[in-house]
Design a protein around this ligand. Sequence first.
Ligand SMILES: [Zn+2]
Length: 323
Amino acid sequence: MDATVKATPEIVGNYRHLFVNRRAYTLQSPRPRPENGRHYYFRPKAKGTGAELGLTGSTIRRHLQGEITIGLYAINPATQRSKWVAIDADHEGAMEDLLKLRYSLEQDQVEAALEMSRRGGHLWIFMERPALARQCRIYIYNLALKLGVRIKGLGLAEGIEIFPRHDELRTGEFGNAIRGPLRIHRGTGRRYWFYGADYDLEKQIGYLNRLRKLSENQLRSFIAGKTMPPEFERKRRSPGRADHFVSASGREFRILDHVGGVRKVGRNYLTRCPSCAEAGQDRSGDNLGISIDEPWKYKCWAGCTKEMIRRAVGCPIPVRQSA
Ligand SMILES: [Zn+2]
């Protein structure tokens, strides 16, 4: 039934206003990978020129009409701010954790919208004006810790994930993308709605617009005297890696030094692609193939370039500076 739904320019405009932080976006591959039947996300490029495509109203409309599925980035690199925080949970007990968080947010007079997902859900908090990613993160990380809600990472494979996943982006970085809300699942044709309103695009957008938005003053008061919990302070580059990078000039780059656990499949090791991981993708951890016999050969099946992978592990391929 959703296939016939039209997203009006007004719905598209509202969607952009609520969710879009920057023009870069990711697109789900139309065809699944033959090896595992899964779809992956990539940053679409213009045919011919190879220039990265920016999000347009028509892209959003097609996403809402179920023709494509897009991923949205959490941070505007020009301001280091985000219009929202999204808490993604698909672990066992995910819904319980999200409801616990939502209840606690309500005690702070913060209204959060719960979106369905394939397993679990996404909890969305909207800002009155885009807020510093760092401040958003300090608030939600501390809240989750206080409630005993597990956060993924730190050796914990299961738990919530908090977007934005970075405090700030450096030049050329994108951070992590999250699936654009109100998407239609490509396999089942079913839309993932927000729980708070009728299952109708216009009513859903109306509901999101009416939610009380978090002001910067409120946010500042919530985090007064708080910092990012030290165990979650994101390290730009571990000292080991930095050393390696500095002394790398004479040494061959070995991708195996820079990835986590690998598993052997045929003549390759498979592991999570560091570049995909940065974009919040490749959760199943098998996009990067590394030749066992020739471990200097590696390839990301989702199409990340060597430059992207090297940058993601903190060992960018040296480029000659122009004078
Ligand atoms: Zn990749």
